[in-house]
Design a protein around this ligand. Structure first.
Ligand SMILES: C[S@@+](CC[C@H](N)C(=O)[O-])C[C@H]1O[C@@H](n2cnc3c(N)ncnc32)[C@H](O)[C@@H]1O
Length: 334
């Protein structure tokens, strides 16, 4: 018996039921409807207007996501570089059964061609659409700052929990450029928490028919933070949290531990960002780890003074937390 069984979903489009994973490739309420809603509307269209998009398709499978993206790029005249990752390619015999072209009123040839192309090579499907199919495990992905959009379409956490945990979500975060977006049909709490933990800002959006919610995760730009010490002594601390120029470097490696002296009782903090409306948390800790000050401050592009006059002279740690990134410095109050 074949591992995959052809099924018809509620909008009339085909999908497969995977015996191995015990789940279908798409929503039983409508394969085309789901791809349109989760990946095209919440992903592709969310990133437009633009002239070009670099897209990573996690789980190439039936090719439906790639095919509908191809049609959308043609309609909107957007240049797309699409990389589809798949460990278990389907046979042409299975592919030839799908009714996607018929329902989407598109010549069968484009869909077929997409599947016939050699793996591991980049091919132009037309003037706008470049496709590379990579036969590899999702677990082996190691892209860096390369994509504007990720369609995260693995089988659900119920059947493949390891693909929805932090190590893979971290790979997805790293694969995106700043402002890049990941969309998925999944709205499970632990997955949303995992996405947040690796640095994403997440939105819960209405799901496709049959599903209350879906998730969109964005790799937001983080501000550069400067901690100014005693200005009168020319002390000036620059904690480089993250900058676009360093985008190729993992954020955590950009952390610096810096010493400074404070003699006027005020710790001056400045965020090098144009964005406001966010909050950062500042903590002053004693060397023994005692928390002496814990304050949320607004992220503003102008310097603000934090009063630490109540704190006696000595050595302290200052820790600034923005999102999931923490920067620490050692300060000496004299
Ligand atoms: C939910 S299906 C979606 C497929 C595709 N997006 C589509 O429109 O048909 C998940 C896909 O991920 C593939 N897959 C599952 N585990 C994988 C792994 N560890 N590495 C690479 N691909 C995997 C499956 O073979 C399947 O094609």
């Amino acid at each position: 018996m074949s591992d995959n069984q052809l099924i018809i979903t509620k909008d009339g489009s085909h999908s497969l039921f995977s015996q191995k994973h015990g789940v279908s490739y798409h929503s039983k309420y409508g394969a085309i409807q789901e791809t349109q809603h989760v990946f095209i509307n919440a992903g592709f269209q969310h990133k437009t207007p633009t002239t070009s998009l670099s897209i990573l398709g996690i789980g190439f499978g039936t090719g439906l996501n790639a095919f509908m993206t191809f049609l959308e790029s043609k309609k909107q005249e957007i240049n797309v570089n699409y990389i589809g990752v798949e460990a278990y390619p389907l046979s042409m015999e299975t592919i030839n059964e799908f009714n996607f072209s018929e329902i989407l009123k598109e010549e069968e040839s484009a869909f077929q061609k997409m599947h016939e192309l050699n793996w591991e090579k980049s091919h132009a499907l037309n003037d706008h659409f470049q496709l590379t199919k990579m036969k590899m495990m999702i677990e082996d992905i190691d892209f860096k700052n390369q994509f504007d959009l990720i369609y995260f379409d693995a089988f659900g956490p119920g059947s493949q929990p390891e693909l929805w945990e932090e190590p893979i979500l971290q790979e997805m975060y790293d694969a995106l450029r700043v402002d890049g977006v990941l969309t998925t049909y999944c709205a499970k709490g632990s997955v949303k928490r995992g996405l947040k933990k690796v640095g994403f800002t997440i939105e819960a959006l209405p799901g496709p028919p049959g599903k209350r919610e879906m998730t969109r995760a964005t790799k937001m730009e983080l501000p550069e933070i400067e901690i100014e010490g005693d200005n009168s002594k020319g002390g000036f601390i620059n904690v480089d949290v993250f900058s676009k120029d360093q985008a190729a470097e993992p954020i955590k490696e950009a952390i610096q531990i810096i010493q400074e002296e404070i003699s006027n009782g005020f710790l001056s903090i400045k965020f090098n960002t144009n964005k406001t409306g966010k909050t950062a948390n500042v903590k002053i800790l004693g060397i023994d780890g005692n928390v002496l000050l814990d304050k949320n401050i607004p992220v503003t592009p102008t310097a603000q003074n934090l009063d630490i006059q109540e704190i006696s002279n000595g050595n302290y740690f200052v820790a600034i937390k923005f999102g999931d990134h923490i920067k620490t410095s050692l300060i000496t109050k004299i």
